[in-house]
Design a protein around this ligand. Structure first.
Ligand SMILES: [Zn+2]
Length: 169
């Protein structure tokens, strides 16, 4: 039996892929390898020509490959900004992975019972909910799933909160 680490970044990538409509369903494994940088399809694939990019309404200054586009849904390609959508998935997964790891590590320390949000409180970068959460203390018992649920439901930062989670002492 496999012992899956709940802090494994792959689990967070999978969740973000499932919650979005960016990658074709049968391309999830290739997508994860791409997102982890283990098989970067933008580096290894066949580059699109200028005319091919224009035909798909893609930014002609950006580099795209056939292999990269092959794993994307039509709606992701037609969005005009498929690289941005893919980047957002990676960013969201990384932030949630970071939050989960931070809270899990804090829970393992007997003296670290309280954490708090730390926002830059920059009105141009952070949403009003993130700013409202700055310095708010929560118990490590609240758990990472609940904290991520609150972020999912309230944060309107694009693509996700930039707040850190720090020790409250
Ligand atoms: Zn926010």
């Amino acid at each position: 039996m496999f012992d899956i680490d709940p802090c494994d970044e792959i689990l967070f990538l999978e969740k973000e892929i499932d919650a979005s409509d960016v990658f074709k369903k049968d391309c999830k494994l290739i997508a994860i390898e791409h997102l982890l940088g283990e098989n970067d399809l933008l580096k290894t694939g066949t580059k699109l020509t200028l005319d091919e990019k224009k035909a798909l309404n893609l930014n002609p200054r950006m580099k795209f490959t056939k292999e990269f586009l092959e794993i994307l849904t039509d709606s992701a390609i037609n969005s005009g900004c498929p690289k941005g959508l893919v980047w957002n998935i990676r960013t969201k997964a990384r932030v949630k992975h970071y939050i989960t790891t931070t809270i899990t590590q804090a829970k393992a320390c007997a003296f670290m019972t309280e954490l708090k949000f730390f926002s830059s409180c920059n009105v141009d970068r952070d949403c009003s909910w993130c700013i409202s959460q700055h310095d708010i203390v929560f118990s490590t018992n609240v758990g990472s799933e609940e904290i991520i649920r609150r972020i999912n439901e309230n944060c309107t930062c694009d693509p996700i909160t930039r707040s850190c989670i720090v020790w409250a002492k």
